[in-house]
Design a protein around this ligand. Structure first.
Ligand SMILES: [Zn+2]
Length: 115
């Protein structure tokens, strides 16, 4: 819990450090135990968020956020490739399968052109 509170106070742009509450006359939703779409999208982000900060344990943050707000963490909703490997967002196949499929289709294409 402390980790998450520290993370929100330090990193959430909507959190006003002086007045110890959210800006826009609204107290921080997450600290009130509610889900916050801004926090989910821009502060905590998806599991492979490219702006993740090196000095935080994101697995712990996801877990604490889920505990506090009742949100399902994106970690739990991991999509899997046909071969069982976890997929990144917007990926249809894992890197291995994508490479294999690309090779296969190249081969088919070449054969068609040769014949
Ligand atoms: Zn795969």
């Amino acid at each position: 819990m402390k980790t998450l509170v520290r993370f929100i106070k330090a990193e959430c742009a909507n959190y006003d450090k002086h007045y110890q509450q959210g800006v826009w006359d609204e107290p921080c939703k997450v600290l009130a135990g509610k889900r916050c779409s801004y926090f989910e999208k821009c502060v905590l982000g998806p599991p492979d968020y490219k702006f993740q900060l090196p000095n935080y344990d994101y697995t712990k943050l996801f877990t604490k956020y889920a505990e506090l707000t009742g949100a399902k963490t994106p970690v739990v909703e991991q999509r899997l490739c046909d071969c069982g490997k976890p997929l990144r967002p917007r990926q249809r196949f894992c890197n291995d399968c994508a490479r294999k499929r690309r090779k296969d289709s190249n081969r088919r294409y070449n054969r068609k052109r040769a014949g």
